[in-house]
Design a binder for this molecule. Structure first.
Ligand SMILES: Cc1cc2nc3c(=O)[nH]c(=O)nc-3n(C[C@H](O)[C@H](O)[C@H](O)COP(=O)(O)O)c2cc1C
Length: 170
């Protein structure tokens, strides 16, 4: 076990890189049809009564003002093998380009990616300051699931549950 005192940002990142997560894409489309999205893993279900979710946005993320303007957003939980999609939405290509040509459907008026094993559409309920991030709380409007296994993010790299199966058998 390594320990550093006092801890810095690199220590926090290094420790939490050891926490495996799924990978999601947050999308929004405003009333003028402007859309965009970003890859995120800082997401979590928050409350069952009412039905609430949260997403943590870097304050610089261009998707944050879009979500605020649109008042709604979707969460597409990516399927195994969807690394290219994750990279696309983690990039800084023009916002309006991000969804161009990407297989998706509209759920409750918000784009949802086909490359997902579950999705949710939320209305924006509240934003809370979180240092260099903003915590966005959404109220669930629609949700769905489909078959498949998730894309996994661990130690700064994409993987799959199959990798974990393989290493358990090795
Ligand atoms: C696996 C992964 C997880 C990420 N998770 C988050 C996250 O939870 N919140 C966030 O603000 N950015 C996250 N990012 C970074 C954003 O995807 C990246 O800053 C993106 O360019 C934002 O796009 P935008 O400026 O078009 O909104 C993540 C990136 C990757 C590769």
């Amino acid at each position: 076990m390594t320990e550093s005192t006092p801890p810095d940002a690199a220590d926090l990142k290094q420790a939490f890189a050891r926490f495996p997560t799924g990978v999601a894409v947050i999308c929004a489309r405003d009333a003028d049809g402007n859309d965009g999205g970003m890859t995120a893993n800082a997401i979590c279900s928050l409350s069952l009564d009412p039905l609430l979710l949260l997403v943590c946005f870097e304050n610089q993320a261009r998707t944050l003002p879009l979500v605020k303007t649109a008042g709604r957003f979707s969460i597409s939980i990516l399927a195994e093998g969807a690394q290219a999609m994750a990279d696309r939405f983690a990039s800084k290509i023009a916002e309006g380009e991000k969804l161009r040509g990407v297989p998706s459907s509209e759920e409750a008026g918000v784009p949802v990616l086909d490359d997902s094993i579950a999705w949710a559409v939320c209305s924006l309920k509240e934003t809370l300051p979180g240092g260099d991030h903003t915590i966005v709380i959404g109220e669930l409007e629609a949700v769905g699931t489909s078959q498949g296994r998730p894309l996994v993010w661990f130690d700064g790299a994409y993987g799959s549950l199959s990798d974990a199966d393989d290493s358990a058998q090795a």
